[in-house]
Design a binder for this molecule. Structure first.
Ligand code: B12
Length: 266
């Protein structure tokens, strides 16, 4: 197909053409059984028994959420007084992909070899990374995936990079101890993981951590502050006082590439 044909076909469907031939429609709707039928599925738990009144309450909630018509397609009692529901139904809202704002990767994705070469060229010494789970958080699998040699998703962690020196402090590290370790190790970057989000613990802990580093280090000597975890909003860097936030599905290579880019820029 010629590029012109593709553009014409795209225009007929009301879409916009982007570089590289990707088609982005101005508006889209959810897809259930047929294109654009608006069908969605949501699940939630109500503190009600698994009976007709419970189902009615689930449908009432779905209606108030803008799902109309709605069907309860699954219920499961969780004890005597709670029920888990799955509701399937139609929403009329339109999604405007063009208005979606995301944190784009603004640095090149490098191979391990390129990362090592860049560190040698820019720093002429090893890049020191100190990592930890702070607060009461004991979910170390995520930070270990980024730091430990075994890595994740077929990629080796930062320990594998010859020009990185990694100090992984593990779980439940107090902010004061993290600051002290960063100072002793002369950290270029501090990597913090926060997985538990109950009562916004991840946000409070991150703010406490970034404030402590700002107090303990002069601006020019403060290590890069990087946080990660599955429920962070990657756009919240300024609000949380950190240099970068990484979310669900992050791989070590993305982090290594960012560190080289950011440390080099400094
Ligand atoms: C394994 C697990 C545990 C293990 C943790 C073992 C360990 N050593 O880590 C144990 C059994 C100890 C545990 C305990 C608890 N857990 Co738990 N746990 C999980 C579980 C099943 C998997 C988490 C995981 O390992 N994911 C895999 C990793 C690879 O993914 P990830 O963490 O998202 O990491 C990736 C990215 O987010 C990112 N990333 C993460 N951190 C960082 C950091 C940096 C710097 C960067 C760059 C990137 C990055 O990169 C990683 C790789 O891609 C989740 C549910 C789930 N399916 O996610 C619940 C879950 C996280 N736990 C939960 C809860 C509630 C608890 C407990 C409070 C339960 C209890 N009542 O005791 C305790 C809390 C203990 C504590 N003090 O923290 C809740 C949290 C709910 C919330 N909103 O906060 C979850 C979501 C389960 C649920 N649905 O309720 N848990």
């Amino acid at each position: 197909m010629e590029p012109g044909d593709r553009a014409a076909r795209c225009a007929r469907r009301g879409g916009r053409r982007r570089a590289r031939g990707c088609v982005v429609s101005a508006v889209v709707r959810p897809y259930g059984d047929t294109t654009g039928d608006g069908m969605v599925q949501v699940s939630f738990t109500l503190p009600l028994a698994a009976d007709k009144r419970g189902e009615g309450a689930a449908l009432q909630l779905a209606g108030k959420m803008g799902i109309d018509p709605a069907m309860v397609v699954h219920t499961r009692a969780i004890g005597e007084r709670h029920t888990f529901f799955v509701v399937y139904g139609r929403v009329n809202h339109l999604v405007e992909p063009g208005k979606v704002v995301v944190a784009e990767r603004d640095y090149p994705l490098l191979s391990a070899k390129e990362v090592n070469a860049a560190i040698r060229a820019k720093l002429r010494r090893k890049l020191v990374v100190v990592g930890a789970c702070i607060g009461t958080d004991a979910h170390t699998v995520g930070i270990d995936a980024i730091l430990n040699v075994k890595g994740i998703a077929g990629e080796k962690g930062l320990e594998y990079y010859r020009e990185c020196r990694v100090v992984n402090l593990g779980a439940q590290v107090a902010v004061a101890a993290l600051v002290e370790h960063a100072r002793v190790e002369k950290a270029d970057a501090v990597l913090v993981s926060q997985v538990v989000t109950q009562r916004d613990a991840h946000l409070h802990n991150t703010r406490e951590m970034s404030a402590a580093f700002r107090e303990a280090f002069p601006a020019a000597r403060r290590p890069l502050l990087v946080v990660g975890g599955p429920r962070f909003d990657e756009l919240q860097t300024e609000e949380l006082g950190v240099d970068r936030i990484f979310g669900r599905g992050t791989t070590p290579r993305e982090v290594a590439s960012y560190l080289v880019h950011a440390v080099g820029a400094r």
